[in-house]
Design a protein around this ligand. Structure first.
Ligand code: ZN
Length: 396
């Protein structure tokens, strides 16, 4: 219960922040529930308020209906898609999942007029007839409340959601009141620079890792790492990759490693095999298409692993052996004091690049560890160091 109060507080703080994140990710774990919520922050404040209101009431409902002591641990996940059509219509789709139940909430927002469009602003009477017919025949609904329908566009189809079901209508069959033209997103291929580094396998090494990003703090953290000649590993969420593509290019160009942390932070030990594979593969694909880079590592959400993950995910599973508990302490001094005594040669440290206090804790930690003689390496570099050390032990 208390965790959710904190979550709302964060929600408001994010809203009042002086600089903007393009995607807000809130992850929470309590004894009875886990929740992961991602939603976009757009250029439109009116739309942002509507999205936040929906997210807030979803979390509140989940909290009161699913998180009691006498039920098994439940999961809330909210993921999103957002799409700017013809540089005018912002289409935001929020997909809420609780266990096996799915709800879809959509918004079409006219950024020229700063107003939300209803389905009547988008479809002509003739379009509405085609739509009703499709919904009746396709989904078996006799009576539909037009106002309750969710709509999503891509360059070929209009998707209409009724609850968790949807029908698709080819755009060429519709007249439409707004102009939607084919506007294919061009995938830019990008070649990141490989950075050459000298690591002494006989010296002390440590692998700093950051989960749940990227965020507005990621670039600041990379700047800081660069200052100390440090590299780290960033386990990113697929749903943020294309939005933060420039940040992630900077992450790679500075000699860091990127790993897979699922697409929308679903609890991977609790989803179907199909969903598990989709969460991992979608993330691999968007990272490759955006950055020309293929992650070799995966960090399972909430650090939970089972045989299904081991059997189906063709990436090295990386957990951690030092937890900074940054999400819990929320204070840079406390984080620093908690983590320092736990640091030792060869450890993997868990942090989150989604908090300002983690960034501030790093400002304390990096100079201290540098003085103690640590080399800051990526997880793959740590593996290499370990295998060189094993070889040396065998031969010596
Ligand atoms: Zn996570």
């Amino acid at each position: 219960m208390r965790n959710f109060l904190v979550l709302f507080l964060v929600l408001f703080l994010v809203g009042c922040g002086s600089f903007d994140d393009s995607v807000v990710t809130l992850i929470d774990e309590s004894d009875n529930c886990v929740s992961s919520v991602s939603y976009p922050k757009t250029s439109e404040s009116k739309l942002n308020r509507k999205i936040k209101r929906y997210v807030k009431s979803s979390v509140r409902d989940f909290n009161s209906n699913y998180c009691s002591d006498d039920v098994l641990r439940q999961e809330l996940n909210i993921d999103f898609k957002s799409n700017l059509i013809n540089e005018r219509y912002l289409n935001v789709v929020l997909v809420k999942t609780i266990e096996d139940e799915v709800w879809v909430k959509t918004f079409i927002f006219d950024v020229l007029k700063h107003k939300e469009l209803s389905i009547y602003d988008i479809l002509t009477d003739n379009d509405l007839m085609i739509l009703s017919d499709k919904v009746k025949r396709g989904l078996g609904y006799d009576n539909i409340e037009i106002n309750d329908l969710g709509v999503q566009f891509d360059d070929e189809f209009l998707y209409v959601y009724v609850g968790d079901s949807s029908v698709s209508i080819p755009l060429e069959e519709l007249d439409l009141r707004i102009k939607i033209s084919k506007d294919l997103e061009v995938v830019k291929s990008y070649q990141y620079k490989s950075v050459s580094k000298v690591i002494d396998p006989n010296g002390k090494v440590i692998a700093l890792t950051f989960d749940d990003g990227p965020s507005r703090y990621t670039r600041l953290i990379v700047d800081l790492l660069n200052e100390y000649g440090a590299s780290a590993t960033f386990f990113v969420l697929g749903n943020k990759v294309s939005i933060y593509s420039d940040t992630l290019k900077y992450v790679l160009d500075s000699g860091n490693e990127i790993g897979n942390h699922s697409y929308s932070h679903k609890w991977l030990t609790h989803v179907s095999e199909e969903e598990l594979i989709s969460q991992i593969n979608q993330t691999q694909d968007v990272i490759f298409n955006t950055l020309g880079y293929t992650p070799r590592l995966v960090r399972p959400t909430y650090g939970s692993v089972n045989q299904t993950i081991k059997d189906n995910v063709n990436l090295d599973i990386v957990l951690w052996n030092v937890d900074t508990l940054d999400w819990k302490y929320r204070n840079s001094n406390k984080i620093f004091k908690n983590v320092l005594p736990k640091i030792d040669d060869g450890k993997i440290v868990l942090m989150h690049d989604t908090y300002e206090y983690t960034y501030n804790a790093l400002k304390l930690l990096l100079p201290k560890l540098k003085d103690l003689g640590y080399q800051f390496v990526t997880v793959s570099e740590l593996k290499e160091v370990n295998s060189i050390r094993n070889e040396l032990n065998k031969n010596g």
